[in-house]
Design a protein around this ligand. Sequence first.
Ligand code: NDP
Length: 450
Amino acid sequence: MSEYDYDLFVIGAGSGGVRLSRIASGLGAKVAVAEDRYMGGTCVNVGCVPKKLFVYSSHVAEDLEDGAGFGWTNSGNLNFDWNTLRDNKTNEINRLNGIYNNLLEGAGVTVHNGRARFVDNHTVAIGEVTYTAKYIAIATGSWPYVPEFEGSEHAITSNEFFFLPELPKSAIVLGGGYIAVELAGILNGLGVDTTLVYRGELFLRGFDEDIRLFAKDEIEKKGVKLVFNNNIRSITKAGEAYSVALEDGCTINTGLVLAATGRKAHTQDIGIENTEVEVNEAGNIKVDSNFATTVKNIFAVGDVKGGYQLTPVALAEGMALARNLFAGKPIDMDYENIPTAVFCQPTIGTVGLTETQARERFGEVDIYKSEFRPMKHTLSGRNERTFMKMIVDVKSDRVVGAHMVGPEAGEIMQGIAIAIKAGATKAHFDETIGIHPTAAEEFVTMREPA
Ligand code: NDP
């Protein structure tokens, strides 16, 4: 009989925590998970899932407009009802919360609905009840960060966006990362007069330069107002609206200010001070390559330990930790070539190195580019273009980066990512037969380096 109540106690039932709990339980461990907010964490409740549902909705008006060139017109009035979208989304997410709960219980995991706080290195308390565990994993995710400035308390974050009581007529989105461009695209598509304010020269820092420039043009064409090299100095409430003063001295009146200015590790109120677990300067839990914190029986996976803030990465980390602890076959996480999509409109899909990174790493690289009007828009008449780019290390002929701005970029890039992960060369891409007529076939027909 074990000296502990559980082999593994997981704090947080988000992407990383749920995967870790289920796999560990499947490997024979006695596992409990504690969650005090919502099953599935940020991704399911206030992140990837509701965001994607809203992206679908925000595309509908454009799709209907595009229909005219294909013979479809709508003589009736077209109305959008925010409450319907928001509440249907919430119902769907309630359903998913239940599924997550069932998945955990079905896997034999004990689910505690409550806030778990460390009492010591092997003990957590939920309310007055304490539980001991051989291993404890922190999977508490991250939380939106809003910089402090005059009136910053008036800014909402992505957390509140998904539950807005009503849709404003106008909005300012602050930030130039994933969330800012995605939510600005949604607001714009739903008919909100949207301005994105970013402090730098060009948004989406870290992405390939050509992709950033191309996305800027396409997003602007859709109607989002882009204000770069600027920042919010203050927000003043003026009746139902807000007066937003920018650093360049301009003032914009708006119905909503949404700060998408990053997310920070969520380590508050989990009793971390009762352990010797250390956090770094950025507030992330320090871990080694096996996800062990500075206390050898306490681990951390997902956003809370910093690094990539992506659901599939947290899932992979949860899986790796479960195997490392209970399968006797440690596996190392491979953080190379993580594909990702930004669901702005049109979508960005990317995997591997940017051109700048590839030049730094390999020296001589060939760049292949293709820009075209998607076939659909030959009849719709919409002035939207697609861009694709491939980066090839000349010495090995390996494709080391692939990037795209265009419809379904996320769907396309998932397949390309497998090829790149497998070490595919440009010759492999060239030998691959295209699927016609698709946009994706461009990736196997780009012949001349730019
Ligand atoms: P990001 O870190 O991607 O972007 C934060 C943005 O806010 C940057 O543009 C940053 O500017 C700006 N910023 C930071 N501090 C300030 C400040 N004090 N004043 C003004 N601007 C500021 O964070 P997000 O919030 O967009 O998203 C968090 C993470 O969630 C992402 O990194 C991503 O990993 C994940 N995510 C993934 C999605 C997906 O896979 N599709 C979707 C949504 C989120 P600067 O560039 O100058 O630093």
